[in-house]
Ligand binder design. Structure first.
Ligand SMILES: [Zn+2]
Length: 134
């Protein structure tokens, strides 16, 4: 039996409850995880196995498979997952740091990997996106 790190109470295991992974900043639901709830303080815990691999898969989906333009939260996810500062992220993409700032703030949601960039204020050719995985 596990003990709550917050209050020392006993933890109960919740199986097969879809987990909304809000921490990553994307609209992602994970199925098949064990979640843990403290019986005393009701704190919820979750353990996500192979989280780096999960983030690589999510990044790959955003870069290669998403149709249309990336949203501000998706750009933020990619930048954070690559552990890049805004200025370094901008450098890789060949854009100005102020453009990245506008993307992050959601003032301009633009950037696309492979499909048409028509209408994008600063279109990004597909080859300039970082690649994930093998
Ligand atoms: Zn607790």
């Amino acid at each position: 039996m596990e003990i709550c790190r917050e209050c020392g109470g006993k933890i109960k295991v919740i199986k097969n409850k879809p987990y909304k992974y809000d921490e990553c900043g994307l609209d992602v639901i994970i199925i098949g995880l064990n979640q843990y709830e403290c019986k005393k303080c009701k704190e919820l815990f979750v353990e996500i196995p192979r989280i780096n691999e999960l983030h690589r898969v999510l990044g790959g989906i955003l870069c290669k498979e998403k149709k249309g333009l990336l949203e501000a939260n998706e750009i933020k996810f990619l930048r954070k997952d690559l552990h890049l500062q805004s200025k370094d992220f901008a450098k890789i993409l060949g854009i100005s740091p102020s453009t990245v700032s506008r993307w992050k703030s959601g003032l301009t949601k633009r950037a696309r990997s492979s499909c048409s960039c028509t209408g994008s204020p600063e279109p990004i050719p597909s080859g300039r996106w970082p690649t994930f995985g093998s």
